[in-house]
Design a protein around this ligand. Structure first.
Ligand code: UD1
Length: 381
């Protein structure tokens, strides 16, 4: 007889990076055979390329519930998610809520659970940029204060949590679930050549990429793309870089909307800068793996490039993921996009920054999380 799956836990996802993080956790919980997990999607992201394709490619089971919240100002998103989640938690109360990362869906779910006194586990706890201008930083601080279990990806996270008076026994250094997904998916990554061939790019781009390789660009943070002058300067700098190294720019919907609003589409149309829609996970992974450099403001890609050993230029003043700089291949360049070109020159000449893989980024973080969650729930009886 199979034992009853008595450990009812809820998992929340809402936005693109959440899907990448939740995939191995769902798998690891199911593998233990003792959990009855319910996957709740808030609907913060909803376009096929921002949402559904990740479920297909990463073999995430379809969500049990989709709240279909959609886009909107942060307070509205958070409030709508809370209103929709509350009755779900009341009707079928989970023994634990698992949240990942730092998006609006994460904080909304944690607040709802907190009011109902449902214990919370935060995966990717303790990361701090110390920049309260970033919406995600505020989300991280709030979620960590509300959580009962803190799963940490790098050791600095432990120190940050202890500095915020989180009890050390609640903090578990388990490694990085985003890297679990990366290792799992790497054999299935779509070869870069295939993605490049499918781009709507100029013959000049294809000729240059065949000869020199390419760089891969993603930019979507409000601090980079919401101010038209800043966005224009970034596009000019990337256009200059593309003359040395052709660039593929996967354009997030926020960035695309801002390019159009600011009338920058013409500036963007440079022969060696190939723009495309947001890429699905397996295409993005294949492009990242073989890129000469990645230029980004994404948190996840700073980690993924470190795991892959590919040089990464991060267009931000700070990072909540310092290990990618101290041990990995990441370089922070702050707000000045003119700093991109000399680093690309160095990569083309000397190969660029080399790094090593951080501790416990070994593909087994989710298994450790599942074991810790089970121990936590058993101890509570
Ligand atoms: C959110 C996360 C950010 C994460 C990013 C990954 C917060 C505070 N931010 O930012 O941490 O790095 O997701 O993408 O939660 N849109 C679409 N289709 C979609 C989703 C969004 O067109 O499927 C457009 C909408 O115009 C929307 C805008 O993108 O207003 C921004 O979406 P939103 O979820 O608010 O934030 P992101 O910028 O995606």
């Amino acid at each position: 007889m199979t034992p009853p799956k008595e450990l009812r836990v809820d998992l929340i996802v809402g936005a693109r990076p959440n899907f990448v993080k939740i995939a191995p956790i769902v798998r690891a919980l199911r593998a233990r055979g003792t959990f009855a997990p319910r996957l709740i999607h808030t609907g913060q992201h909803y376009d096929f390329l921002m949402d559904r394709v990740f479920f297909d490619e990463l073999r995430i089971p379809a969500p049990d519930v989709n709240l279909k919240i959609g886009s909107g100002p942060a307070s509205e998103q958070v409030a709508k998610i809370m209103l929709a989640l509350h009755p779900l938690f009341v009707e079928d109360r989970p023994r634990l809520l698992i949240v990942v990362g730092d998006v609006n869906s994460t904080v909304a779910a944690a607040l709802t659970a907190c009011y109902l006194r449902i214990p919370i586990a935060h995966v990717e706890a303790g990361l701090r940029s110390f920049d309260r201008e970033m919406p995600e930083e505020n989300n991280r601080v709030v979620v960590d204060q509300l959580s009962d279990l803190h799963f940490v990806t790098e050791q600095q996270g432990e120190a940050n949590l202890i500095a915020e008076r989180i009890a050390p026994e609640r903090i578990k250094f388990v490694g990085n679930v985003m890297i679990d997904t990366l290792y799992d998916a790497l054999p299935r990554a779509i070869p870069a050549a295939e993605t490049l061939a499918g781009l709507n790019a100029t013959p000049a781009f294809h000729a240059a990429a065949a000869q020199k390789g390419y760089g891969f660009v993603t930019l979507h943070r409000p601090s980079n793309v919401d101010d038209p002058a800043k966005l224009a300067a970034l596009i000019e700098a990337l256009s200059a870089v593309s003359e040395r190294l052709p660039l593929v720019f996967a354009v997030h919907p926020r960035t695309r909307a801002n390019i159009e609003k600011a009338g920058l589409a013409a500036k963007f149309a440079t022969p060696n800068l190939a723009a495309c829609e947001p890429l699905a996970y397996l295409a993005s992974l294949g492009l990242m793996r073989d890129a000469k450099v990645v230029v980004t403001d994404s948190g996840g890609m700073q980690e993924e490039t470190t795991a892959l050993g590919v040089p990464c230029i991060t267009v931000r003043d700070n990072t909540e993921r310092p290990i990618t700089i101290e041990e990995g291949t990441n370089t922070l360049i702050g707000a000045d996009p003119a700093r991109i070109l000399p680093i690309v020159e160095d990569i083309l000449g000397a190969g660029g920054k080399r790094g090593r893989k951080p501790a416990l980024w070994d593909g087994k973080a989710a298994e450790r999380i599942a074991a810790e969650v089970e121990a936590f729930l058993r101890a509570r009886g």
